[in-house]
Design a protein around this ligand. Structure first.
Ligand code: PSU
Ligand code: MN
Length: 314
């Protein structure tokens, strides 16, 4: 471990950042709250392998005993996947976990913040949080959305989770000036399904083009993130008509039990996994692996663009 601005950065990530080699940030809430043990550990490891196979260094981000960790050692990852006393941390919670010396799992918003502080520009997750169905009465909008308006990290995701209100989520992102780029698609993917019926105004077909977009946004100092919407591979998708009844059942059960706040998303994912006998979780795993691969390719292409520009500047 080496230290930089009070973070514990793994040797591997530290070396890669120093040498301007491609790095991909990974979140930890999907490990601690998004999937049960031991599948969560298997997925976390495979996601890291997927980043490596595609030429980048993975940096899983979490808070361990109040310390921000950028890149987890194998044993730490394992302990994290098994622990039950991990706090789900979004933007508001980070200083609490640090000052109280807690273990914290970082959501998309918190991971974006810590990645940016560490100098990591590309991040892979499953699906971002968004506007929940019924938000017109509950006001449940994920802290992930406003984060995109202010934190300079590109996130590769299979759209937003299908349990959400996808049209409202897209409207929010549009208002906040967040570019949502369909990767090899014109449609906003619906997490488990490739299609949502919602058109995306921006679409790019290569990771080189996405890297160029990110570079230009940074060069112009246009604050905020980029959402790269990458559909689940066709082989693993669950069609919308098939998953929708399960989602409705899960949401009804959440309402019956009065689940709200930060508990809602983990509850819905767990319910869905039970209703579909594990099929939803398998799809979730496959889409995360695919996102990790695409994020790594974008990081590689972005590093190449940066190198070229540094050279010209000299
Ligand atoms: N994507 C997944 N599984 C997850 C999450 C995303 O495939 O568990 C997590 C992310 O950490 C995301 C969070 O930031 O769910 C959103 O939670 P909320 O809706 O409470 O903001
Ligand atoms: Mn919420």
């Amino acid at each position: 471990m080496s230290w930089m601005n009070e973070f514990a950065i793994s040797e591997e990530v530290h070396a890669a950042l120093n040498e301007h080699r491609p790095v991909v940030a990974l979140e930890s809430t999907i490990i601690s709250h998004g999937m049960p043990f031991p599948e969560n550990l298997a997925v976390a490891r495979e996601v890291e392998d997927s980043v490596r196979r595609n030429g980048a260094v993975p940096a899983t981000i979490a808070i361990q005993s109040g310390k921000i960790c950028i890149g987890l050692e194998a044993e730490t990852l394992e302990r994290f996947a098994q622990a039950t006393n991990v706090m789900k941390c979004s933007r508001r919670d980070i200083p609490f976990a640090i000052t109280q010396g807690l273990h914290g799992a970082t959501t998309v918003s918190a991971t974006m913040i810590l990645a940016e502080m560490a100098g990591i520009e590309v991040f892979a997750t499953g699906g971002i949080g968004g506007v929940h169905r019924g938000a017109e009465s509950t006001w449940d909008v994920s802290a992930d959305l406003p984060e995109f308006a202010q934190t300079n990290v590109a996130v590769v995701s299979a759209g937003a989770k299908a349990i959400l209100d996808l049209p409202k989520t897209l409207e929010y992102l549009e208002t906040a000036g967040v570019p949502v780029i369909g990767y090899q698609t014109n449609e906003f993917p619906a997490f488990y399904s490739r299609s949502s019926g919602l058109q995306l105004p921006l679409s790019l077909n290569t990771t080189v083009d996405i890297a160029a977009f990110i570079h230009e946004k940074r060069r112009m100092n246009l604050k905020g993130g980029v959402l790269v919407a990458n559909p689940i591979p066709a082989l693993y998708e669950i069609e919308r008509e098939k998953i929708e009844p399960a989602i409705e059942r899960a949401i009804a059960e959440a309402a019956r039990q009065g689940i709200s706040g930060k508990e809602l998303t983990p509850f819905l994912l767990k319910q869905l996994n039970e209703i579909t006998s594990g099929v939803s979780q398998l799809a979730n795993k496959q889409l995360v692996l695919h996102n990790a691969a695409v994020a790594a390719q974008i990081a590689v292409d972005l590093a190449a663009i940066r190198k070229k520009h540094t050279f010209i500047a000299l």
